[in-house]
Design a protein around this ligand. Structure first.
Ligand code: 5AD
Ligand code: SF4
Length: 451
């Protein structure tokens, strides 16, 4: 038997691709292992969304050189967005890397590895496809209670800061039957919650004339044994009334939406090529809250986009203050190859970007803290994902003598570490009621009530 270790950086799509690598290579005898040292094959699954992510990939690849030096037959592959972007350039930069495969070459991984095993030289495959290949699922599903299914790949939006359309290609949707089939298999393997993934799920199926996204949601929500359904990501310009209504109509759909705003200034949004205004975004949020009053909202924000003035930035702060998100991912703008904004004037100095980022994060930390504190004393349903990795903080729990600690998430996507009621055995994969006892920074502590 041979073993495979995949090191993944970046978004949920990359994690889901890592799962596909394991599934594609398991029929060839590759079993997952938990360290690069114990592997025969290491795949570095890269992200190029910001320069920092790219640096992280190369520093990990650097660590593999020592293993390669002492382990005959040890192979290193580079996958994902940096592989697509740099192609053969990586082979010249890193002489001990064996193969590069891009975002559209994933399905050819078995052929690539077979050729390497047969003694081929180094391989580069960064060809882009016109259509999404649909391979029969071979390997075993190995995801957990909460798992991901990719429904579409690529992006047609060309936001001016973003590298995704260049490294992942044009939007392509999978057929609904293939998606339903994969979700069914994941549920049979133990998944209870599925997140449907795409760069802009709201345009699912449009180009191909397939059922639209709200229809797909209904098809998936009907699958027996699936308790919770989520999706990511939506583009605010395409968030339709039908999709908003789905939050009230589909019982399994969780009350949580990640809706990246990127900036609170219409002028900046226009230079970002986002195709919506601050007012449109606020109107969509108001409608969402009308339809689903307890919806939890998350967003992505870029600070220091070229030309962002302090007035523009204050508009972002005021938007965050008025929406009061449940979670914010904030990033300092980073120039990316091919992306148009790299050539824009008015670059914001690094120091200024850092200070704006810190100010935004401090504001959101305060909002998160207040929102978490407001949960204390309330009852929530959590889907138990596993044992809690957190150390017991005896003051955080009501009864330190009670059962094991587990971790799960509420339907609104908050992480809860909970103490099980006495006599409770293994609730992994089940939804259990908990009372929230204490709020700690970004997580909540609770205890199981009843059984
Ligand atoms: N610089 C900083 N942040 C970026 N993002 C995408 N491209 C860049 C960039 N060049 C952020 C956006 C996106 C998230 C995944 O990453 O906020 O929504
Ligand atoms: Fe990038 Fe914009 Fe496409 Fe999102 S919608 S992947 S930010 S180009």
């Amino acid at each position: 038997m041979k073993s495979l270790y995949v090191f993944t950086i970046g978004c949920q799509m990359n994690s889901s691709d890592a799962d596909l690598f394991y599934r594609l290579l398991s029929p060839m005898g590759y079993l997952p292992t938990d360290s690069p040292e114990s592997a025969d094959l290491v795949i570095v699954n890269t992200c190029s969304i910001r320069a920092k992510a790219e640096d992280k990939a190369f520093s990990f690849i650097g660590r593999l050189q020592a293993i390669k030096a002492v382990k005959p037959g040890f192979r290193i592959g580079v996958a994902g967005c940096v592989a697509q972007q740099e192609g053969a350039g990586i082979l010249s930069r890193v002489p001990y890397v064996d193969f590069i495969f891009g975002t559209h070459a994933i399905w050819r991984l078995p052929e690539i590895v077979t050729a390497l095993e047969a003694g081929s030289g180094r391989i580069v495959d960064v060809d882009m496809a016109e259509e999404l290949p649909e391979r029969p699922d071979t390997g075993e599903m190995r995801g957990g209670v909460s798992d991901f299914v990719t429904i579409m790949r690529g992006c047609d939006n060309f936001c001016t800061y973003c590298v995704v359309p260049y490294v992942r290609g044009r939007e392509m949707s999978r057929r609904p039957e293939a998606i339903v089939d994969e979700v069914k298999k994941k549920v049979a393997a133990g998944a209870r919650e599925i997140t449907l993934l795409g760069q802009n799920v709201n345009s699912y199926g449009k180009k191909e004339g397939l059922p639209d996204f709200p229809e797909l949601l209904r098809m998936v929500a009907d699958i027996e044994g699936l308790q919770r359904l989520r999706f990511a990501t939506s583009h605010p310009k395409d968030l339709s009334d039908e999709l908003i209504d789905a939050f009230a109509q589909i019982p399994g759909l969780c009350n949580h939406l990640h809706l990246p705003v990127q900036s609170g200034s219409t002028a900046v949004l226009s230079r970002m090529n986002r195709k919506y205004t601050r007012e449109h975004y606020l109107e969509r949020i108001a409608r969402l809250r009308d339809v689903c009053p307890d919806i939890a909202l998350g967003t992505d924000i870029i600070v220091g986009f070229p030309g962002e003035s302090s007035e523009d930035f204050n508009k972002t702060l005021s938007l965050v203050e008025s929406i009061r998100y449940d979670g914010v991912f904030a990033f300092a703008y980073s120039d990316r190859p091919n992306a148009k904004a790299a050539d824009f004037s008015g670059k914001v100095p690094e120091k200024e970007k850092k200070s704006r980022l810190a100010e935004l994060l401090a504001l959101q930390d305060e909002i998160t803290r207040e929102k978490n504190e407001a949960c204390v004393g309330k009852m929530e349903e959590i889907l138990v994902e596993g044992k809690s990795p957190r150390k017991v903080d005896s003051s955080a729990i009501t009864d330190p003598a009670a059962g094991d600690r587990v971790t799960g998430r509420t339907r609104s996507n908050r992480v809860v570490h909970a103490i099980l009621a006495e006599g409770e055995k293994n609730p992994v994969g089940r939804c259990i009621p908990v009372r929230i006892d204490r709020a700690l920074g970004h997580s909540l502590w609770g205890s199981q009530t009843g059984k």
